[in-house]
Design a protein around this ligand. Structure first.
Ligand code: DHB
Ligand code: FE
Length: 284
């Protein structure tokens, strides 16, 4: 049986990937963020998960206004590196897990989550910033990645409650996969940020701290919020936290936060967490 051993959270702003590429991690500007990745890298090296289910979003790179799935899954054996307009980053293609991805697709559709199945889905900064920060400068990625895409850009976007339920459905679907796989789920995106409009530049560290605490201990209370409430607290792009709710939904009630870091720069509140799943740990 496959099992989800932990949920991780990471920012995904393009500046994070650019700092990795420039090897700028020790500069005074970036050190507070990349110090937060060190325990995450060590944790991944120690735990060696087989698969990472990546809750991410496309930023009008592979999807555009003509086609925007609410939820989508990438089933390819290899995920291409997208060119977002300034050339492709020098990263190896990201291995997928086609069999698990198809299993998840079938199970989820059966259980009422109608994911769009994507056979080709080049990944943009939403996926590559966190992957490259968690596993920097690899010639081959040490984990297979199943991207699940959530529309967070263009209304109507899925509700926080629906995203939390998607996580739950994924947990059940993973547990019904026969092979013994160690799976981690990764929620990506900024915490508070707003990249346009009157409140451009908004960051609210108090809200971000509250969000991370409640995500650990009472995620249902966050899932019960409306988009408008999330945006009022965390800015328009801060609604991206619904992808962190997908991650939390895929974990059991009992999690232990073994790592948490917070920094804000480049217009975004950056959170990093590792929530180990105590139910999976007890079942070992
Ligand atoms: C930026 C882009 C993002 O997708 C995001 O979540 C935060 C910041 C940016 O372009 O700076
Ligand atoms: Fe984003």
């Amino acid at each position: 049986m496959a099992r989800i051993i932990a949920g991780l959270g990471s920012p995904h702003a393009p500046a994070v990937g650019a700092a990795v590429d420039r090897k700028d991690e020790e500069s005074p500007y970036w050190k507070p963020l990349f110090d937060g990745y060190k325990p995450m890298r060590a944790w991944l090296e120690r735990e060696r998960p087989d698969v990472m289910i990546l809750f991410t979003n496309d930023h009008f790179t592979s999807f555009f206004l003509d086609v925007i799935p609410t939820f989508a899954i990438a089933v390819a054996g290899q995920h291409e590196i997208a060119d977002e307009g300034w050339g492709k980053r020098q990263l190896p293609e990201v291995p997928g897990h086609t069999d698990l991805a198809w299993h998840l697709s079938r199970e989820l559709v059966e259980k009422g989550f109608d994911l769009s199945v994507c056979h080709r889905l080049p990944l943009d900064h939403g996926s590559l910033s966190p992957l490259s920060a968690l596993m920097p400068h690899v010639t081959e990625w040490p984990v297979k990645v199943v991207p699940i895409l959530v529309n967070v850009l263009h209304f109507p976007i899925p509700t926080p409650a629906r995203c939390f339920e998607l996580g739950r459905a994924i947990r059940r679907a993973v547990q019904s996969y026969e092979d013994d796989l160690k799976v981690v789920v990764l929620g990506t995106g900024g915490l508070s940020h707003q990249l346009a409009g009157e409140r451009f530049g908004l960051i609210d560290p108090a809200w971000d701290a509250e969000f991370l605490t409640r995500l650990e201990t009472e995620p249902e209370s966050l899932a019960a919020m409306t988009h408008q409430q999330l945006i009022a607290r965390g800015g328009t792009e801060g609604v991206e936290v619904i992808m962190w709710l997908c991650m939390r939904g895929a974990l059991s009630q009992r999690v232990r936060c073994v790592h948490k870091n917070y920094y804000h720069a480049t217009l975004t509140g950056y959170g990093q967490v590792i929530f180990e799943d105590m139910e999976s740990r007890d079942a070992r």
